[in-house]
Design a protein around this ligand. Structure first.
Ligand code: ADP
Ligand code: ADP
Length: 592
């Protein structure tokens, strides 16, 4: 079987190791040039001489090598390849002239690359990484296919594209105001800002805006661009549930007359937003294969099941299952943590949270719009923000994963856990046996924390937090930067750990599928008074009541998919939507 050998160039530090990859390679020891020094001073691994033993993968002190079998996809389907030992993308999505197409797959499997190729920001090299890519070769290669017409327009400069970039936090470095920045797109800036709900104070500089506001500004700028194809990379990051729905509505209006391609990991949102989707499967950083387009409902069901029937590909061993009924309300007799009413007064914000309690083994989600005090509440319980009134329960040990993560030490996760091994407040055995495999951290154990991607750092931080023995776990937005697969597996792991250890957890999050899989109950936060000057937190409520309270304010209802039992947002005004509103059942079917 042929191999793919990948060198993760940014992790490879050939001056800081003993070239273990080469020294231990059996073919090299037999005198074959299987691993040689390349022109950049880094190893080049021959895919034809490699025997697939995996010794270099294990010996590399920086986890910089991957050796895999070639995917079933035809080598002739390679659209782009980043270098000899680089990532390769097979096949392309072809967005229809109108409507919304989703792109759904794990991080590192080529979604952003596909968007860049579609827009012409990068010319496809068709796998010939060592030749200058030329449009003439691309057009010749795709002659007679639907991609030909697309690339022909790109090559001639006739296809106008507008891209909403993935990392909106980088906009904060831009010196412009929101209105100036959106105005640069050439269209009506004010109208676009109003469309995404940003009307007041559009003269503020981008550096003064929150992550959620930057996301809305980035979307507004894309809307203000007159284009034929709109490429939207992760529109939900930093947004609360209200704004996620708002973005979905705005993009649906755009899709009525334009072609829109969206990369999104919030499955409930993508399901509501898109008409069809391409799934991407493969091995992160090594290769990605883009499936044929699948109608939306089937696309998400296929994704959850983990099996692409028409291509006979299993891309996940265990299907994700939902349950149609709410979890049984946890018995209040099992109370583990009881907190009194808490208040916090900032100069321009006042938060009050009702008294509540958490049972043994219970995971409770904290939901609600941004700027209603969710993070402040969690910080009060974590002991980092003193309440103005009320005292967090004494004697409750907490372990806290903050919302914003920053790797300050150059150590790797393995170094961190080794340093903590003797610490009684760290369970090294749990970390190694359950959390590292459960959160798929094996491959990044030796990478310096500052070199991790956003999603990798998130998983590392959650693992470190869960490895601290505590009564109460506080996780602030653990799904941020994770792909859909990572969200599902983290949700299940969290619930299992909390149950098994008979502890409690509070989790701030905005992803409904994540919350559904992880939680037994919900606390609901809402704005109070005029202009967002105060917030109120209530609960914990059982799931049914919590969801009803949240969704009534957001004004949407969910039904259940017959096949996978996953929640699906109802179309506004549909028969089910009207019936459920009348019954006051926004999330679960009426109690039977
Ligand atoms: P996704 O958007 O699905 O997370 P990307 O398209 O950003 O995936 O990247 C896929 C893989 O391609 C990454 O793992 C990265 O290693 C590699 N890659 C992306 N851009 C480049 C580049 N300019 N040069 C070399 N490798 C790249
Ligand atoms: P959420 O987590 O629901 O988005 P936060 O708890 O982060 O809400 O913030 C609620 C409000 O409190 C915001 O308006 C924020 O500006 C304000 N706030 C948070 N921390 C501070 C602080 N240290 N000083 C002053 N105001 C703050």
């Amino acid at each position: 079987m042929a191999r793919i050998a990948i060198l993760l160039s940014d992790r490879c530090h050939p001056k800081e190791c003993q070239w273990e990859c080469q020294a231990y390679c059996p073919p090299v020891r037999m005198g074959q040039e299987c691993i040689v020094e390349g022109p950049l001073g880094k190893p080049v691994i021959s895919e034809t001489l490699c025997i697939g033993c995996g010794i270099c993968v294990h010996k590399c002190p920086f986890d910089a090598i991957k050796i895999l079998n070639t995917p079933e996809a035809d080598p002739a389907e390679i659209v782009h390849r980043y270098g000899y030992n680089g990532f390769r993308l097979y096949r392309m999505p072809v967005p229809p002239p109108t409507g919304i197409t989703g792109l759904l797959g794990p991080n590192g499997t080529g979604k952003t690359t596909a968007l860049r190729l579609l827009s012409g920001a990068e010319v496809p090299n068709l796998g010939e990484y060592d030749r200058r890519p030329e449009w003439s070769r691309v057009l010749e290669h795709y002659r007679g296919t639907s991609l030909h017409a697309h690339f022909e327009r790109v090559a001639k400069g006739e296809l106008r594209t507008a891209t909403k970039p993935q990392y909106v936090d980088r906009l904060a470095e831009h010196p412009a105001t929101a209105e100036e920045y959106v105005g640069e797109a050439g269209g009506a800036a004010r109208a676009a800002l109003a469309e995404v709900g940003l009307t007041g104070r559009t003269d503020r500089r981008l550096s003064e805006l929150s992550g959620g506001e930057l996301q809305m500004v980035a979307i507004a700028r894309t809307l203000a661009t007159d284009a034929d194809l709109y490429l939207i990379d992760e529109p939900s990051s930093y947004l609360d549930i209200v704004h996620r729905l708002e973005v979905a509505r705005v993009l649906r209006r755009l899709g009525a007359t334009k072609s829109v391609l969206v990369v999104e990991h919030d499955l409930g949102l993508l399901d509501y937003l898109a008409d069809q989707a391409h799934l991407i499967y493969g091995e992160p950083a090594a290769f990605g294969v883009i499936s044929h387009p699948i109608p939306m409902r089937t696309a998400i069901n296929t994704y959850l099941t983990g099996y692409l029937k028409d291509e006979n590909v299993r891309f996940r061993s265990d299907p994700v299952r939902f349950v149609a009924h709410p979890p049984k309300p946890v018995g209040r007799r099992n109370v583990l943590v009881a907190f009194p009413a808490l208040e916090k007064r900032f100069p321009s914000f006042h938060l009050s949270v009702d008294a509540g309690s958490l049972a043994k083994g219970e995971t409770v989600g904290i939901v609600g719009p941004n700027a209603t005090g969710k993070t402040t509440f969690v910080r009060m319980l974590a002991g980092v923000e003193p309440p103005t009134a009320g005292t967090p329960p004494p004697g409750v040990t907490v372990s806290y994963k903050p919302q914003y993560l920053k790797a300050t030490q150059s150590a790797s996760l393995r170094d961190r856990s080794a340093a903590l091994a003797a610490d009684p407040t760290f369970d090294a055995k749990l970390f190694e046996r359950e959390l590292v495999p459960g959160l798929h951290l094996e491959e990044i154990l030796d990478v310096a924390l500052p070199d991790l991607s956003g999603g990798e750092l998130q998983r590392a931080a959650v693992a470190l937090a869960l490895a601290r023995p505590a009564t109460l776990y506080l996780l602030d937005e653990p799904s941020a930067y994770l792909d859909a697969d990572e969200r599902m597996s983290m949700a299940r792991l969290l619930r299992r750990q909390v149950e098994r250890q008979a502890v409690s957890a509070l989790v701030v999050d905005h992803d409904v599928y994540f919350l559904d899989l992880a939680c037994d109950g919900l606390m609901v936060f809402r704005p109070e008074g005029e202009g967002g000057a105060s917030g109120r937190g209530e609960g914990p409520f059982p799931m049914r009541e919590g969801m009803n309270r949240l969704l009534r304010t957001v004004d949407i209802t969910f039904r259940r998919d017959a096949e996978t039992l996953r929640p699906r947002i109802n179309r506004e005004g549909s028969v089910l939507d009207r019936e459920q509103r009348a019954q006051g059942e926004y999330y679960y079917e009426a109690a039977s």
